[in-house]
Design a protein around this ligand. Sequence first.
Ligand SMILES: O=P(O)(O)OC[C@H]1O[C@H](OP(=O)(O)OP(=O)(O)O)[C@H](O)[C@@H]1O
Ligand code: HPA
Ligand SMILES: [Mg+2]
Length: 179
Amino acid sequence: MPQRPYVIDEMISAKQIAARIEELASEIRAEYSDTDKLVVVGLLRGSFVFIADLVRELDLPVEVDFLEASSYGNATESSREVRILKDLRGEIEGRDVLVVEDIVDTGYTLKHVRHLLSGRAPRKLKIIALLDKPARREVDIKADWIGFSIPDEFVVGYGIDFAQRNRNLPYIGKVRFTE
Ligand SMILES: O=P(O)(O)OC[C@H]1O[C@H](OP(=O)(O)OP(=O)(O)O)[C@H](O)[C@@H]1O
Ligand code: HPA
Ligand SMILES: [Mg+2]
């Protein structure tokens, strides 16, 4: 199916994102100050930009791992079926883990991932999400840290896609269909 035409309106600038990440990093540093090596788990693909910026602000010994989860396909609606396409490389039993997500929308992805990872008995499991869209939540899940709470708009940029495009925008923008 051909893509409906759309434009992207800036919602959160690159500068605002960078400033918020500095604040979040200092809170996370305090939370994990007694940890000898934190495992930071990025959820692919959407979190790849956020995790890269966040870990460079953390100034803590970290191990970086990735889990790939997918539920949207090319649509702006969740399929509500979360597929795990790539598992972690390392073990997390007894470890301090921070899951890094780009956006919490219906909540299905994070709920599924939290259930999966908590079943592996980490010592501590916390979640940070850059964006939260509370108006769309369908299942009960809360991140421990949120960058920005946003209105019910489909967003792209800073790692986040629409049908695999626009991940490389340096800011967060909202999709506005023109037809
Ligand atoms: O709260 P939810 O409704 O589950 O939506 C949030 C998830 O949807 C997107 O991932 P997507 O499935 O599009 O895969 P991607 O990260 O590879 O883009 C986004 O990156 C989150 O992981
Ligand atoms: O607003 C969004 N944009 C892109 N992908 C998404 N996945 C969940 N919500 C969104
Ligand atoms: Mg994702």
